[in-house]
Design a protein around this ligand. Sequence first.
Ligand SMILES: CC(C)(COP(=O)(O)OP(=O)(O)OC[C@H]1O[C@@H](n2cnc3c(N)ncnc32)[C@H](O)[C@@H]1OP(=O)(O)O)[C@@H](O)C(=O)NCCC(=O)NCCS
Length: 164
Amino acid sequence: MTPLKTRRAALRDLEMLVAHRRGMWFDMGYKNKAELEAADKVYRRWAKPRLKSGKLIGFIVEADGRVAGSGCLWLKPVQPVPVPSRPGFKGGGQPYLLSMYTEHPFRGKGVATKIVKESVRWAKAKGFPRMTLHASDMGKSIYEKLGFKQTWEMKLELKPKRNR
Ligand SMILES: CC(C)(COP(=O)(O)OP(=O)(O)OC[C@H]1O[C@@H](n2cnc3c(N)ncnc32)[C@H](O)[C@@H]1OP(=O)(O)O)[C@@H](O)C(=O)NCCC(=O)NCCS
């Protein structure tokens, strides 16, 4: 395999990013084709303007002349909170890592690790105080090795009432 190379995603990479996101859900156990297709559509519509405006930053790793994997940082709006390294943090965009996916033939070769490192480097260089993400079972150990810590977010599924 040739050495891994990283580049930033451009708008022309949108379809590949959508396909990688679908691959991520599929490998995480979401197998319903209709639901995946609906999710592709809304993700494409969500990602496009953000890629254009720079609120979504894609990192693509290539090897052997082809795409091996990708991941994206979304500058997620957050409320002001105490940040020890940034007293008086006013809130605003906080980098959130999403849509991490490595093509099957390239798994276990450090592709995802490279994407995470690159995105951390990017966020640090821009002066952001922290980064967050939600880890899949497959991704967890990669993030832990790179210093990410478990937090205590809680969740309640709000099921719509059925019409009678
Ligand atoms: C998770 C994923 C992105 C890892 O990509 P990768 O390029 O193979 O990862 P790396 O080669 O950088 O790192 C491999 C490490 O991840 C872990 N790992 C990778 N694939 C794994 C798997 N299938 N099951 C469990 N752990 C796995 C291993 O701990 C491995 O550590 P090691 O280097 O000590 O062996 C890839 O398996 C994938 O696309 N999975 C499906 C989508 C997904 O879960 N995305 C993450 C969402 S948070």
